[in-house]
Design a protein around this ligand. Structure first.
Ligand code: FAD
Ligand code: SF4
Ligand code: SF4
Length: 761
């Protein structure tokens, strides 16, 4: 093994050892199927999980949402304008059609080839898994026992739809556009359909993925198996490791073909357990040869060249190749229709992103009063002084003016606190957490989310706003800290210098925001022993204990103010967090910031002992740079500037030094997300909703307890999983054995429908 330096080994141990699967781009769709284009809905596979029942459910629900819209109910009756056009006659589109008929709408279904073409093209005799087993989809398109094989499924869905009078028009839609107050669906050939609402249900019928090897265009290479019976006695290569590949290999082998299954990964983590078991049985019977960790290099007329797991080139006799490596979603249709694609910013989005980052740059310089590097302080027109607003009010005289001038009154205290920009920043921050917290609770209504959101909101509002900005100053002005025990406490924690109130009450933020997230109570000109004692207990005793039992999320997801905003304002942007190995490497940035905080702390201590020494001078320069670069630029300008484009956890995941420290603690934690492997259908929903970029599915579909230290216990994966695989739990640190779900989790798990925007595998 080549030499690997200690830093690389440390980062492997901490971050790089964890799987880092990516998430496929899909159209931006809200939980109710609506999109940024008013009146245009997307349902079925393109909204989340590729499952029949969920497709049917989403189609019916979209129509229910439409008919409940006040604007739709008051639509003008216009000649030639339909109430609804449904593009795609698959399960989702036909479920929408049944629901539209039930509501008496004037609608038309447009289908490019034939109704249920995706199902019709399943291999003959394909077993059908109707997950989630306990779920009954909304609407009339239900699946019964008959649908446990392809033929029964096609028969049943046709009977319930086409058989009951729903007749799609054969036409391919090219895009959807706006035509005044209506939507226009443009068809291949030039026809147009106009409607008040459009539901797009075209499934994942985009281009088939390609292997990119010589010989791929030969006639014997196909990406669809219709009838496995025709391949008996032939040498067949199936490429891929998902359900389609395994079902193809199993069906061919069962019909007497000599099958080789080649998959580039070293294990079959994705397919349904039933398919894996069947493959194993056929392999044991000698009907299938399995080449894991292999790569197809070339396809020739009568043979194929494959590099095996050991790196050796093997040439196998071959008659037919099935490349079952999936399809790309038809993103072009959505781009042409003005629907955003996850992960794509675009020119208008880029301009909006740039403008918002600039706004954050202004906001954080105004709030902190710091100068902009190389440019100096904010000019007066960008630097409004709230003290002036109060001066104008005070000048009004009367009772109001008198109350404002008296610091012992609540109004007087408020005037002093609200004379600085940071008061307004914290007030706005707390209001946003409160408003978006209420919305989160309404949207993701589980007991876990409710308690978590109210806890985060209460901590933000009370100790992180009311206490430092109003309560403590008011107590101070009313003599509470003039003598006795409280004076001792106040002297230790809020030294009596400067800042309007005569004491530094702002230091109370440190009661919640621990070192090194908040460094200002430690990096002081003279040691503040009260804060040092309290801070050491927080950072090195209390937080490690919390992390040991409940994981890092006990702090990041239940206490911290950055977490409060991310779980409320950021809740609907969680799927925008980038995933993949490159981004996983960036997790190391937090370790660099943490290292800088420790170095500064060491310099600070030396500076306290030898004031004026070079260590002291170095500390001052380093601290100025740290305060601007880490607190203002990384946490503020980038952390919030990127919020609506890259999720609300950019700062938390990549750069927060306290999170970086907790990642180390979390490696010794008992907390895990447990997975019931046999229920996992490898849909990737859990990974796609994780705003810490964790590849949850890579653990779940192997039945491994999820132990990536980045987890913030937001519960999105537990709640979003359509088959109820995941639960918060614990393992025994000594034996590694699972100790079961923790009771709090039961309230978080699982709902039948995916309630948050998702991007499936
Ligand atoms: C090989 C395979 C095996 C599967 N096995 C299972 C299983 O066992 N259990 C399970 O629950 N799910 C399974 N699924 C998933 C299931 O098939 C899908 O979830 C379901 O078909 C999605 O329905 P849909 O209506 O969203 O899309 P689709 O069923 O794909 O329907 C989309 C329709 O839109 C039409 N269309 C496309 N483009 C246009 C256009 N531009 N204009 C007009 N019409 C258009 C297509 O012709 C198609 O008829 C499987 C999928 C595949 C591919
Ligand atoms: S609870 Fe799930 S979604 Fe949330 S951070 Fe942890 S792994 Fe990610
Ligand atoms: S654990 Fe993840 S991949 Fe498995 S079924 Fe649930 S959401 Fe899908």
């Amino acid at each position: 093994m080549p030499f690997r330096g200690p830093i690389r080994r440390y980062l492997d141990w901490l971050h790089l050892r964890w799987p880092a699967g990516t998430v496929e781009p899909l159209p931006e769709v809200r939980p109710d199927g609506s999109t940024a284009v008013p009146g245009l809905y997307v349902v079925g596979d393109l909204t989340g999980v590729p499952l029949l029942k969920l497709a049917s459910d989403s189609g019916a629900r979209a129509v229910q949402t439409i008919v409940a819209e006040p604007a739709f109910r008051s639509r003008p009756a216009e000649d030639g304008t339909l109430d609804l056009v449904i593009v795609g006659g698959g399960v989702a589109g036909m479920a929408a059609a049944l629901e539209a008929r039930r509501h008496g709408l004037r609608f038309e279904v447009l289908e490019a080839s034939e109704p249920f073409s995706t199902l019709v093209n399943f291999p003959r005799g394909k077993p059908i898994f109707t997950y989630p087993t306990g779920m009954t989809p909304a609407g009339e398109l239900q699946l019964t026992e008959r649908s446990s094989v392809k033929e029964g499924l096609v028969e049943e869905v046709r009977e319930r739809t086409v058989g009951s009078g729903i007749t799609p028009t054969t036409a391919r839609a090219e895009r959807v556009g706006r035509d005044g107050s209506r939507l226009a669906v443009y068809l291949a050939g030039g026809d147009v359909r106009r409607a008040h609402r459009v539901i797009v249900a075209i499934g994942r019928s985009g281009n088939f993925r390609r292997l990119g090897v010589p010989g791929e265009d030969l006639d014997k290479v196909s990406n669809r198996l219709h009838d496995p019976g025709g391949y008996s006695g032939l040498n067949v290569l199936v490429v891929g490791g998902g359900d389609s590949a395994l079902e193809t290999a199993n069906a061919l082998a069962a019909c007497g073909a000599r099958v080789t299954l080649s998959y580039r990964k070293p294990e079959l983590g994705r397919p349904k357990p039933e398919n894996v078991e069947r493959l194993r049985a056929l392999r044991a019977a000698g009907s299938v040869s399995l080449m894991l960790g292999s790569e197809v290099k070339e396809i020739r007329d009568d043979e194929v060249v494959i590099r095996d797991a050991e790196g050796a080139m093997r040439t196998l006799p071959n008659d037919v190749v099935f490349t079952m490596i999936g399809r790309e979603a038809p993103l072009g249709f959505f781009r042409r229709s003005g629907v955003g694609i996850t992960g794509e910013v675009g020119a208008a989005g880029g301009a909006a992103l740039g403008a918002f980052v600039l706004f954050c740059a202004w906001l954080y310089h105004w709030k902190s009063g710091k100068a902009i590097p190389l440019l100096g302080p904010l000019p007066p027109w960008l630097n409004p002084d709230p003290a002036r607003w109060w001066a104008a009010l005070e000048a009004t005289g009367g009772t109001l003016g008198a109350a404002l001038r008296d610091p012992a009154t609540l109004l007087g205290t408020l005037r002093i606190s609200a004379s600085g920009a940071s008061f307004f920043y914290t007030l706005a921050y707390s209001l946003i957490v409160l408003v978006f917290g209420i919305r989160r609770v309404r949207r993701r209504n589980t007991p876990y989310v409710t308690v978590q959101t109210w806890t985060l909101t209460a901590i933000q509002v009370v100790p992180l706003f009311l206490l430092p900005e109003i309560l403590l100053p008011w107590m101070g002005h009313n003599g509470w800290f003039d003598g006795g025990v409280l004076k001792g406490v106040a002297d230790a924690l809020f030294p009596a210098v400067g800042y309007g109130h005569g004491r530094e009450y702002w230091r109370a933020y440190g009661l919640v925001l621990a070192w090194p997230l908040n460094v200002y109570n430690w990096f002081t000109p003279q040691p503040l022993w009260g804060w040092l004692a309290l801070g050491v207990a927080q950072t090195f005793v209390l937080i490690p204990a919390l992390v040991y039992v409940w994981g890092k999320g006990a702090y990041c997801g239940w206490i911290c103010s950055c977490g409060a905003l991310a779980e409320t304002l950021g809740d609907q942007h969680r799927h925008k967090m980038p995933h993949g190995p490159r981004w996983n490497r960036l997790n190391a940035l937090g370790q660099v910031v943490l290292g800088a905080a420790f170095v500064l702390m060491a310099l600070r201590v030396v500076g306290w002992i030898w004031p004026g020494s070079s260590a002291d001078r170095l500390f001052r320069v380093g601290f100025d740079g740290y305060a601007w670069f880490v607190d203002l630029f990384l946490a503020g300008i980038l952390g919030y500037g990127l919020y609506f484009w890259f999720s609300g956890r950019m700062w938390c995941r990549f750069a927060c030094p306290l999170a970086a420290l907790m990642h180390v603690y979390a490696r010794f934690s008992r907390f895990r997300i447990l997975a019931d492997k046999k229920k996992c259908i490898s849909c990737n929903v859990c990974t796609s909703v994780c705003h810490q970029g964790i590849d949850v599915m890579a653990f779940a579909n192997k039945g491994l307890p999820m132990e990536d230290p980045e987890c913030v216990r937001c519960s999105a994966c537990v709640q979003g999983c359509p088959t109820g695989v995941l639960s918060f739990g614990q393992v025994d640190r000594r034996t590694g054995k699972e100790r079961g779900s923790d009771p709090a989790c039961l309230a978080a798990s699982p709902v039948r429908r995916v309630e948050i925007p998702v991007r499936p595998a």
